[in-house]
Ligand binder design. Structure first.
Ligand SMILES: *Cc1c(COP(=O)(O)O)cnc(C)c1O
Length: 345
């Protein structure tokens, strides 16, 4: 195989990732902070993320699926699989590289029948997504199971909603009702709600990767990921000519334009058309026209020396990019595709 350096890459700041985890761990008070590494570590690379967070002191990792957990197996970490235990998952669950987060009566029965060992349990406290009914837990459905973590999930932690204290109270009422060693409720935004949401274990995801889930985190969380793309062509577009699909952008004056190797197939979705920004040194380079599948056009008037083969950085401050594109910070991260080289600092 010939080594082919990709024309687009993610610069990933490993020390910032570790610092974000440490900050969230401190904010979690006496609770331990774990890490959600589902969706390939929110697009950054789950194995590389988990290795670095384990080194920083993180002990509890969360994936959505068993395949995601299996990819982490060589690291020998403690992994919980949030999507529970389908019939198809039993062989993986018995292999011992992760434990299920049981969330339905059927899954509880399946785990008992399989002779499974320690598990986690999700209880629903109002989101009505995954989880056992709190009343079933209170009535003893879990009696006899060895439960490591009894957890629930906040529906509105990024808002000041009355659901937050209601969900906290609902989980608190189950304290001591099962043999669970720990209780867990807070995601990234939940950590910022205060120490009474932390219980024994927190489960941040977004904020580890530089997302600002609530304003309180803005001064605490550092950016982690910067996409970069290579200039494939530079051209002068004469006044009155158009750029890109459907000719949506017309040059008001003769304009210097660079075409870079990045597009909506790389998670740089069409919401960035005429709204995104790239940088080259101090120069700001606005996106002009439609984002294509694999290409973006930039106005490079501010970078007279930027030449074919050189690299630009994509402005990817998550709250700002989310506001510009209409995408959520979660979508921005998890949409980053497979074509990027991933370069860890
Ligand atoms: C994804 C997820 C998390 C992490 O949430 P963030 O908002 O990314 O911090 C925590 N718990 C559960 C159950 C999740 O599904």
């Amino acid at each position: 195989m010939i080594d082919i350096p990709p024309p687009l890459r993610l610069l990933i700041d490993g020390p910032a990732l570790a610092a974000n985890w440490r900050a969230l761990d401190r904010m979690s008070g006496t609770a331990a902070a774990g890490a959600a590494v589902k969706a390939d570590g929110y697009g950054l690379g789950a194995v590389q993320v988990a290795e670095r967070l384990a080194q920083a002191g993180c002990r509890d990792f969360f994936t959505a699926t068993w395949a995601e957990a299996q990819a982490l197996a060589p690291l020998g970490l403690i992994v919980s699989v949030l999507h529970g235990l389908r019939a198809e998952d039993v062989p993986a669950a018995l292999a011992g590289f992760a434990r299920p987060v049981l969330s339905t009566p059927t899954q509880v029965a399946r785990w008992r029948d399989a002779g499974g060992g320690p598990c986690d349990v999700m209880v629903d406290t109002g989101m009505n997504r995954l989880g056992l009914a709190a009343a079933d837990v209170a009535a003893g459905m879990l009696d006899g199971l060895t439960i490591e973590t009894l957890m629930s999930h906040l529906a509105c932690a990024d808002e000041d909603s009355s659901m937050n204290p209601a969900q906290r109270t609902a989980l608190h009422e189950l304290r001591g009702r099962t043999g669970a060693r720990r209780l867990s409720l807070a995601n990234s935004a939940g950590i910022a709600l205060g120490s009474d949401y932390a219980f024994d274990l927190t489960r941040p995801g977004l904020a580890l990767y530089g997302g600002i889930a609530r304003a309180e985190l803005a001064s605490v969380i550092a950016p982690v990921v910067t996409p970069q793309a290579q200039v494939l062509q530079r051209r002068r577009v004469p006044a009155g000519a158009t750029v890109g699909y459907n000719a949506t952008w017309t040059a008001p004056v003769d304009t210097e334009v660079a075409i870079v190797n990045l597009g909506y197939a790389d998670g740089y979705l069409r919401g960035f058309s005429d709204r995104g920004v790239a940088t080259a040194g101090d120069a700001m380079l606005p996106v002009i026209g439609r984002v294509s599948m694999d290409l973006v056009a930039l106005n490079v008037a501010a970078a007279p020396d930027l030449a074919e083969g050189e690299w630009v950085s994509i402005a990817f401050d998550l709250p700002t990019a989310a506001a510009a594109s209409g995408l959520s910070q979660y979508e921005l991260l998890t949409g980053l595709g497979a074509r990027y080289g991933r370069v860890w600092a």
